[in-house]
Design a protein around this ligand. Structure first.
Ligand code: BTN
Length: 261
């Protein structure tokens, strides 16, 4: 039996999860990494109502006001670290399906490579994967951190942001509702991935990809590239067609849409 944090109802998750609920933590990812290093099992899910030092990709801060969803899930898939990076797409699809199942149809969910979830074209959720492998490159543990804007969003973000409530969802919709739906959909997507590989995930993600076939800018640590977002390769890398017709495969970077949005 898991205790609920001080306020609100306790989330109900399928038995595959072991919920670790907290009122306040520095960061659910920090907490989950600590538990993973101590041997916490696959399916351990740290959920907090507030974070005091939430962080995102490239060490940026993540606004962590109460009301939004903050969770970090420990996974121990039997695969390489490179394959395990596909869990960020799985998490994105699960969050997208969760929004689809708890929010009215006015919210259009799209995916921004590599791991953002957009609500009506603005960033509504971000995903941060952290992992530890062994010497052979196999996964020891993976932490899938997700922050989703339910009630509020940052107005000073690098990329325009929004929240479910701002987009018109009823204010009765809470982070607990979204967490429960996410738990169900993540299980279903990870089982699909374990059974059928990345291809069904890739296809579904591409069907709702933001900016596919459009001109995009991809910022890498040492350069910035502009080209047409052509496809995802079979492993999840972004395929960019450069102005001279060559194709470039990009494993990590930040995407911007010059046309705005
Ligand atoms: C990003 O878009 O940069 C990823 C943001 C990930 C934020 C979540 S909130 C829950 C978990 N704990 C953290 O400190 N970060 C992730």
């Amino acid at each position: 039996m898991t205790a609920a944090p001080a306020q609100g109802r306790a989330p109900k998750l399928p038995p595959a999860y072991r919920l670790v609920p907290r009122d306040e933590v520095e960061s659910t990812n920090i907490e989950a990494k600590r538990l993973a290093a101590e041997g916490a099992e696959d399916g351990t899910l740290v959920w907090a109502r507030r974070q005091t030092a939430g962080y995102g990709r490239q060490g940026r801060g993540w606004d962590s006001a109460e009301g939004n969803l903050f969770l970090s899930l420990i996974a121990r898939p039997d695969c390489t670290l490179a394959e395990a990076a596909q869990l960020s797409f799985i998490a994105a699809l699960a969050l997208g399906d969760a929004v689809g199942s708890v929010a009215p149809p006015m919210i259009e969910v799209t995916y921004k490579w590599p791991n953002d979830v957009l609500f009506n074209g603005r960033k509504g959720a971000g995903i941060l994967l952290e992992s530890k492998g062994d010497a052979a490159g196999a996964v020891d543990w993976l932490v899938v951190g997700i922050g989703a804007n339910v009630t509020s969003f940052p107005t000073q973000a690098r990329y325009p942001a929004t929240s479910l409530h701002f987009e018109g969802c009823p204010t009765s919709l809470t982070s607990v509702d979204l967490l429960e739906a996410f738990g169900r959909h993540f299980l279903s997507w990870i089982n699909r991935w374990l059974d059928d590989g990345f291809e069904p995930v890739r296809r579904t993600w591409l069907n709702h990809a933001h900016g596919l076939e459009e001109e995009i800018e991809v910022r890498l640590p040492s350069e910035s590239l502009t080209g047409r977002f052509q496809d995802l390769d079979p492993g999840g890398a972004l395929l960019l067609q450069l102005p001279d017709g060559r194709q470039r495969s990009i494993a990590a970077g930040e995407v911007y849409f010059p046309a705005g949005g």
